[in-house]
Design a protein around this ligand. Structure first.
Ligand SMILES: [Zn+2]
Length: 313
């Protein structure tokens, strides 16, 4: 867990109090909105895009986390529990990506809320990094960077939304088919573009978010931080990464857009290379939101960076 136990307990009981206060208000407003659109809430941006693509104009999808928030470390406020209480469906990744999910779901006293844990039932990559005190053990949660798994999620959303809004079933199914085609095209483009490259190993100055992508396209990910971006790397790790980069003759260090590029720059200088952006896409900055950038756009941009950085034909 991110916070100390006593602190968590205090926070939790405070949140419970607020929820009890709010539940009366929600009960009243629900009656007025019975005929309105399907309301979906998701934890991260890619899930929001998938859900919105599936429900189309029959639903409204919002994000629980504010723009720029770091998914691994965010903590819910009472107002977040309140807004989650007004949703019909909540979709989150699971596999310890959102350490707060369990508590917030316990706080939401709404029996009709349908919950989809996206990672459930998917085959997940085991993390092969040593467990640190604050790092969750086990599985790699960055499943949205596998466009095949994303297609499974889109189908599951379509089925779930049909349970809440049966009249929309045919629309959800059709929308799901259209969006899955986009994901499939993206996958084909990645496969084609990353087939013949000078390098198959890429170096991340950030955390190991691209395990699924690497596995799918036969690449090898070396990262400085492990799976959690907020565990500081040790000097020994830095040295190890620089040595690996030299061994593989790597001249590009990728860094994440929402995490400091300081260490990426240090490594780049050490190996006399350059830095490039690779965006996991879990959360957007405020300005990215305003620009209307899509998950597919972000992934296309990543592909350009990878092609460039790995020197692909
Ligand atoms: Zn991550």
């Amino acid at each position: 867990m991110i916070c100390r136990r006593a602190h968590c307990l205090y926070k939790f009981s405070f949140l419970m109090g607020v929820v009890l206060l709010c539940s009366g208000v929600i009960g009243a407003s629900q009656k007025n909105q019975a005929s309105s659109k399907l309301r979906v809430m998701t934890s991260i941006f890619p899930l929001k895009e998938f859900a919105q693509a599936v429900c189309g104009s029959r639903g409204k999808v919002s994000l629980l986390l504010p723009p720029g928030a770091q998914i691994h470390t965010w903590q819910p406020r009472p107002s977040d529990i309140f807004s989650l209480s007004s949703a019909d469906v909540f979709i989150y990744v699971g596999a310890h990506l959102e350490p707060w999910a369990h508590d917030i779901l316990k706080s939401v006293q709404k029996k009709s809320l349908r919950v989809m844990e996206a990672s459930e039932g998917l085959s997940l990559i085991k993390k092969n990094i040593p467990h640190k005190k604050h790092e969750s053990p086990g599985l790699d949660p960055h499943i949205w960077l596998d466009f095949g798994k994303d297609q499974i999620l889109v189908d599951r959303m379509s089925r779930l939304f049909s349970k809440v809004d049966p009249e929309g079933a045919h629309v959800f199914k059709k929308n799901a088919r259209i969006y899955k085609q986009k994901l499939q095209n993206l996958h084909k483009k990645y496969k084609r573009s990353l087939q013949e490259c000078e390098h198959r190993t890429f170096l991340l100055g950030g955390h190991a978010a691209f395990g699924y992508l690497a596995e799918k396209y036969n690449l090898n990910q070396i990262s400085l931080y492990g799976v959690n971006p907020h565990s500081e790397p040790t000097p020994q790790q830095l040295v190890k990464v620089v040595k690996l980069a030299e061994k593989h003759n790597i001249k590009v260090v990728f860094f994440e857009i929402n995490v400091s590029d300081k260490l990426a720059k240090v490594i780049a200088e050490e190996i006399e290379g350059r830095t490039m952006v690779l965006n996991p896409g879990a959360s957007l900055t405020r300005s990215q939101y305003k620009s209307g950038v899509t998950f597919i756009d972000i992934m296309e941009k990543n592909l350009e960076s990878l092609k460039n950085g790995l020197n692909c034909k």
